[in-house]
Design a protein around this ligand. Structure first.
Ligand code: ZN
Ligand code: ZN
Length: 571
């Protein structure tokens, strides 16, 4: 072996920061051997310094190369991008005598990853003939910033598309909540004969999870199984998550048990699924089993466990696990962990301790923290403390109508109707509007979307209204009383009732009832928190119609059966 190729072999072995000393020694030997001007070795030195993270030495070597070739430039630029020195990377790019796609794309991806969309766009537009990687980077950059219309325009305009282009779009749609568009594109990709890979499947399965699309999700599961893809832990974990988000814990657990090489994400997904579906015992068991399996929980796993404990009111367990987190696993508790503890104290009625924790935790409490305390004050009728929490809350965030509702309920519970009216006036003066509510339901692989209000559109509108009227009569006979406490608008009681009547989840549930055979489980997704009236109505409907109704709201699942909800009426 000649000297150059032995040096090359040795330099390639120095690929992590820990091998920097060995790399420097090789550099000295190369200089000593009179090979410092060898371009091939100089490029390898650039690569070595880049991988080891010594950018000063990298730049010194770069500037000392008398005849730099395209490789020298692109190695230096990519290394600077990798180490997030974008200004210097761009300066080098500007000095490049002949700009190549590789360096431009590396820089573009760097801007995209750093969130600098304008610079990415400017560079993209200045590139004379762009290759597919550059187009894909731009699509991914738009998608990452939620600009799906720009992403789609770029995708459509791309001269060539490969599976990465499709993946970037499908994943972008799924992550930005446009799950229907994601599934639509997945089907289009198949129709065009484009090969789907693991990334595509994960994105499409995530889209089904987002929609609670059980039929579509199940069919993707069987396609993935047929293609031998379920052996990949990423795919099977996505499937577990999909079944869990559809409220189908049995299938989620079955797929989970079949994963041979479960990783931290698989365990956390399963634990979160148990928690959100109200199975605290199973969540705690899984937490233990995970430890036995030799995997250490991280901050995310602990968040799930603590929220499980607070939802179930398991006071001792909560404190035990908080202690475990800090002392046994040495994890610095985050604001989320503290919120769980505030919730745990609040639910147990230890309001003084809860308030003290909010004031003494090592983070500035945010609106969610104050809201947690406020919710506990409402349940335990602690008016003064509730008012204090509400004031802090409304000072931090003034646009969320739910917060005004909570404060108004506290005044109402204390019988102070003048104060209650003031809250409503404040809300109106500030122009706070309730975000429009919508619900979806999947019936025979098709989605039906409902917006709140009597102007909703649906081919079966007439039948839905008739059935809903019929059900209201039966519900009232069974003891249902419309709960108007969450309606703040200045209207009389009858009008309040009719506002509640047209809430989107009621419309979606009724549509499901008249469109499916008796006994079919209904799965509804709601974009906001379920209001107390719809929650109570769903329980009555489940009992009257003998249906299992699963509503997934912004925060959790409500498995309602025979008049009882899995959340224990605390959500
Ligand atoms: Zn409602
Ligand atoms: Zn519930």
């Amino acid at each position: 072996m000649d000297t150059v190729s032995s040096y090359a072999t040795l330099l390639r072995q120095c690929s992590t920061p820990s091998s920097i000393n060995q790399g420097r020694q090789l550099h000295r030997q190369i200089v000593h051997a009179g090979l410092a001007t060898d371009r091939f070795l100089s490029n390898l030195l650039l690569q070595m310094y880049g991988k080891c993270g010594d950018l000063d030495s990298l730049l010194r070597v770069f500037h000392s190369i008398p005849t730099k070739n395209a490789f020298s430039w692109s190695i230096a630029i990519s290394a600077l991008v990798d180490h997030r020195n974008l200004p210097l990377a761009h300066a080098l790019f500007d000095q490049m005598p002949t700009k190549d796609e590789f360096s431009a794309t590396a820089l573009l991806a760097g801007y995209a990853a750093a969130g600098d969309l304008p610079s990415a766009e400017k560079l993209f537009l200045s590139m004379p003939s762009r290759d597919t990687i550059a187009w894909n980077s731009m699509i991914a950059a738009y998608a990452r910033h939620g600009r799906m219309i720009h992403a789609k325009t770029t995708f459509d305009a791309a001269p060539r598309r490969n599976s990465s282009s499709w993946n970037a779009m499908i994943a972008g749609y799924a992550q930005n909540g446009h799950c229907k568009a994601a599934l639509h594109l997945f089907r289009a990709m198949n129709n065009e004969g484009q090969r789907c890979d693991m990334v595509t499947f994960v994105a499409a399965i995530d889209a089904c999870a987002g929609l609670s699309a059980l039929v579509a999700g199940r069919s993707l599961h069987s396609i993935a199984a047929g293609a031998g893809l379920v052996a990949h832990v990423e795919i099977s974990t996505a499937i577990v998550n999909m079944y869990a988000k559809c409220g189908n814990l049995d299938d989620a657990t079955m797929v989970f048990s079949s994963i041979r090489n479960k990783n931290l994400i698989s365990w956390s997904t399963m634990i979160t699924a148990f928690v959100q579906n109200g199975h605290t015992d199973r969540a705690l068991d899984a937490f233990l089993a995970m430890n036995v399996d030799g995997l250490f929980p991280d901050a995310v796993t602990f968040k799930s466990i603590l929220s499980a404990c607070s939802h179930a009111g398991l006071f001792e367990h909560g404190f035990f696990h908080f202690d475990l987190l800090v002392h046994d696993f040495g994890i610095a508790p985050t604001m989320d962990h503290f919120k769980c503890m505030v919730d745990l104290l609040g639910r147990s009625g230890r309001l003084l301790e809860a308030e003290e924790l909010v004031q003494t935790m090592p983070f500035v409490p945010d609106d969610v923290t104050w809201n947690t305390l406020l919710a506990a004050c409402r349940v335990h009728k602690s008016v003064e403390r509730g008012k204090r929490a509400a004031e802090m809350l409304l000072e931090l965030t003034s646009e969320i109508p739910g917060y005004y509702v909570l404060l108004s309920n506290i005044h109402a519970a204390a019988g102070d109707h003048a104060e209650k009216a003031k809250v409503r006036d404040l809300m109106e003066a500030r122009g706070v509007r309730k975000k429009p509510g919508w619900s979806t339901i999947e019936i025979n692989d098709r989605f039906h979307e409902f917006t709140a209000g009597e102007k909703f559109q649906h081919p079966k509108k007439q039948q839905i209204l008739e059935e809903l009227k019929r059900l209201s009569v039966l519900m009232k006979e069974a003891g249902y009383v419309p709960d108007t406490t969450e309606v703040l608008r200045l209207v009389n009681e009858d009008e309040k009732e009719s506002l509640l009547f047209f809430h989107s989840e009621k419309l979606a549930i009724t549509c499901g009832l008249i469109s499916t055979p008796p006994g079919t489980t209904l799965r509804v997704v709601k974009n906001l928190r379920v209001c107390s009236d719809c929650h109570s109505a769903t329980k009555f409907i489940s009992k009257i119609t003998r249906r299992k109704i699963i509503v997934r709201d912004l925060n959790r699942f409500h498995h309602t059966e025979n008049g009882v909800c899995s959340c224990g009426d605390y959500w």
